[in-house]
Design a protein around this ligand. Structure first.
Ligand SMILES: Nc1ncnc2c1ncn2[C@@H]1O[C@H](COP(=O)(O)OP(=O)(O)OP(=O)(O)O)[C@@H](O)[C@H]1O
Ligand SMILES: [Mg+2]
Length: 466
């Protein structure tokens, strides 16, 4: 394959890549840049090639240029966040990976690959600004200023009387009285967020901010600034901005999917949890923050530790209180309660008067494995209630995707609800298909069914099969 990607082909390919690619020789002279670099940096490509990198990027110097650093040290720089002002005056943020180019062990140049994340950065900073506006006065007690709490659920909203669920609620309620970190884990749709809201709302911090951040939603390099804040600096191109830790001061910070947080950042988080102090990026000093941290994972945290996606020391620091959310299929006794709850909810919002579900639907709900847990059940009911004209939800009203699961399942074929009736029907179907396959040859059909010939004859009589 590599022979195919030689010379012109390779150049052509580089031109169509969505990342900027720039190559310099060992003196720092630009020997190649693709269209994307020219666009991002607002450069005239032809005039840039053949000139020194610092001549083309006057905002950089020997200390700040990653390309020159790599030429000097011979070591790659991976995923480095860089903000600079291009020739058009626009502020651009990129994530760069810079690698040395070695020929027979000697450094002959370097290549830099840059991904433009300007928009993602702008949006994420906007979110922090909005967060700050909503919160009003982070951590302060200025009279008359409203501190926003955006945890909407309380323990009242958690439906379930299953034993494990009741124990979990009681444990979570006890935890709401303390400031210890909490680790919540469970598969998608099991109610992790619901519990986290409820803990905050039942805690003495309920009048202080509640801020949630999904650690998988942002590039690693941005997450650090978002969590810990930044100070104005020419090199980073950052503004003075508090991080979510400062904004959540006095309240609760919910770090969802903590195992997606890059490992180096987990080390910084651990330091904050241990010292209670955060240092904004580029700042010399630290500020004390009083924030309760609740973290969540959708896998078993110890598995995340074993696979290397969660630091062990951070795990022990967070796992002071551990809440494992049961799967819906582990608490099927809660299904009727949840059904009634969601029917009531959608009756109110959709202006309907649905009273319940048919026995067939109940049977389907009990036999289903609910990989999407309570959220999936909620959506199936919501889907059905959009369709329904009558007061009772029947299989016809259920969303197509849900019915697909039961396509080959006996419950939808209209067999009787009793076990005996169902078994009789299955037996009759199997005999008929074995006779079909064997061309009505009873001996062969008995072999297929793995029963004695006489037994098959007896069963054919019983089912009136001639
Ligand atoms: N015990 C419950 N009682 C009532 N509603 C519930 C319960 N558990 C979950 N839900 C509902 O199911 C939906 C999903 O819950 P939630 O967002 O808390 O799940 P999650 O575990 O955080 O899922 P994910 O991992 O996908 O983020 C929500 O609409 C929530 O209201
Ligand atoms: Mg969630």
């Amino acid at each position: 394959m590599l022979e195919l990607l030689n010379g012109d082909n390779f150049r052509e390919l580089l031109e169509h890549i969505d990342s900027g690619i720039q190559v310099v020789d060992n003196r720092g002279i630009i020997v190649y840049c693709n269209k994307r670099v020219a666009y991002l940096d607002h450069l005239n490509k032809d005039r840039a090639v053949g000139r020194h990198i610092l001549e083309i990027y006057p905002s950089l110097d020997h200390k700040t240029s990653t390309i020159l650093k790599v030429l000097e040290s011979g070591k790659p720089i991976i995923d480095h966040l860089q903000t600079f002002v291009n020739y058009n005056g626009n502020r651009i943020t990129t994530i760069n990976t810079t690698l040395p180019i070695r020929v027979r062990g000697r450094i002959k140049g370097a290549v830099e690959i840059s991904r433009d994340i300007t928009q993602v950065k702008n949006l994420s900073e906007r979110i922090v600004d909005l967060e700050a506006e909503l919160i009003g006065d982070p951590g302060g007690d200025t009279p008359g200023r409203k501190i926003s709490n955006r945890a909407v659920y309380s323990f009242m909203d958690i439906i379930g009387h299953n034993r494990d669920m009741l124990e979990l609620k009681s444990l979570a309620f006890k935890a709401s009285r303390t400031t210890s970190p909490v680790m919540v884990y469970g598969e998608t749709g099991t109610g992790k967020e619901l519990f986290v809201h409820a803990i905050h709302n039942a805690s003495p911090r309920s009048r202080k901010p509640f801020i949630a951040q999904n650690c998988a939603a942002l590039p690693a390099t941005l997450l650090e600034g978002i969590l810990f804040g930044t100070v104005k600096g020419s090199f980073t191109g950052a503004d003075n901005r508090p991080g979510l830790f400062e904004l959540a001061s006095g309240g609760t910070l919910f770090l969802d999917e903590i195992d997606s947080m890059p490992i180096e950042l987990q080390a910084k988080l651990l330091r904050v949890l241990q010292d209670g102090c955060v240092r904004r990026i580029g700042d010399a000093g630290t500020v004390y923050v009083d924030v309760r941290v609740i973290a969540a994972t959708s896998t078993i945290p110890m598995d995340a530790v074993r696979s290397g996606s969660l630091r062990e020391d951070l795990y022990y620091r967070l796992n002071v209180v551990s809440l494992r959310m049961p799967l819906l299929r582990e608490r099927k006794d809660d299904i009727p309660l949840l059904i009634d709850h969601f029917i009531d909810m959608y009756n109110r919002t959709m202006g309907k008067a649905v009273t319940g579900i048919s026995p067939k639907v109940r049977e389907m709900f009990y036999s289903y494995s609910w990989p999407g847990n309570v959220r999936e059940l909620q959506h199936v009911i919501e889907g059905a209630m959009n369709m329904i004209e009558s007061p009772v939800i029947t299989p016809d009203n259920l969303p197509q995707s849900f019915k697909e699961y039961f396509k080959n399942d006996i419950t939808l074929k209209g067999y009787g609800p009793s076990l005996n009736q169902t078994l009789e029907q299955v037996e009759r179907d199997m005999i008929l298909s074995a006779l079909g396959v064997s061309d009505m040859n009873i001996t062969k059909a008995a072999q297929i069914l793995d029963i004695p010939r006489q037994t098959l004859q007896y069963k054919m009589l019983k089912h009136n099969i001639k």
